[in-house]
Design a protein around this ligand. Structure first.
Ligand code: ADP
Length: 267
């Protein structure tokens, strides 16, 4: 897409012709379109839980409030939908901050093992309630990675949260492991869950993309988690990859660069 502007050239008092200025505004147009799509997706995603909250509130006010059994069920739905709205707003804010490139990352050497132990401990209660086994397998002596500790945690929380979410209750297993790979440390989050169909694999890092809308909604997802993960890894000069097979499980591998001497001595 080109924008053409005609600029008259004046020499002294005299008109001396016209200069055509041609600008390639393709990138700008694309950027505008992405932004418009984002706003419309967010509005749509906000509207769904809001419509449900409104519907159940009206039903309660019209009399269901006097029927304790239904009233409790409806209130529980209203509560879940409110939590979904909160999660969505938080993820949208996180993603737009991360994407804007305005975040100042506090890169420092991060010891992978204790960081992962802390994150795994957060998931222990939810996993055990669901009957899901979670295991951590990190060798001692792994070199530290260069990362912003908070964003390293966000990446790992997102991946482990998905793994626990997309495995079956009582037979699910989630394994987190790490090893050195060239100048990086590779961390693997692997599960034996529902898996991701081949055709969807390329798209799961897109904003709001979910393999199975109905199922993902039931599981209270925002569809933004992997998008956030991808952008954080870009900023860290790391990488994220996925291997998966429907009904047999998924493995997400993220790499973070090993903290070099300079980084280690500057902190
Ligand atoms: P969500 O909030 O829906 O989990 P994400 O961006 O984290 O959003 O993931 C996008 C989609 O990728 C999910 O809706 C799900 O369909 C799929 N997905 C992500 N992780 C896994 C996994 N470990 N097993 C199966 N499907 C997954």
């Amino acid at each position: 897409v080109f924008k053409v502007t005609a600029v008259p050239v004046v020499k002294g008092e005299q008109f001396d012709g016209t200069v055509l200025v041609i600008n390639d505004i393709t990138r700008l147009r694309n950027l505008e379109r992405t932004r418009r799509d984002f706003v419309s997706s967010v509005s749509h995603e906000l509207r769904t839980p809001l419509a449900s909250i409104k519907g159940y509130t009206e039903t309660l006010l019209e009399g269901a409030v006097n029927d304790p059994e239904h009233a409790t069920a409806f209130l529980r739905i209203i509560q879940q939908e409110s939590e979904q709205l909160t999660a969505l707003i938080n993820d949208v804010l996180d993603l737009s901050r991360i994407e804007s490139g305005k975040i100042i990352y506090n890169f420092e050497p991060v010891d992978v093992k204790p960081a992962l132990e802390k994150t795994m401990a957060l998931f222990e209660p939810a996993a055990s309630r669901k009957g899901v086994r979670i295991e951590l397998n990190v060798p001692d002596g792994l070199p530290p990675v260069l990362a912003d500790r908070n964003y390293f945690d966000i990446v790992m929380r997102n991946l482990i949260d998905n793994a626990v979410k997309y495995v079956d209750a009582n037979r699910g297993r989630v394994r987190v492991s790490a090893c050195k790979a060239d100048q990086n440390v590779a961390i693997e989050v692997s599960d034996n869950g529902i898996g991701i169909p081949q055709a969807d694999l390329k798209r799961i890092f897109e904003r709001f993309y979910r393999v199975d809308k109905a199922r993902s909604r039931e599981l209270a997802g925002t569809g933004l988690g992997l998008s956030i993960v991808k952008h954080i890894l870009l900023a860290h000069k790391g990488n994220v990859e996925v291997r998966s097979k429907t009904n047999s499980g998924s493995t997400f591998t993220v790499t973070f660069p090993i903290a070099g001497k300079e980084a280690a001595s500057s902190t």
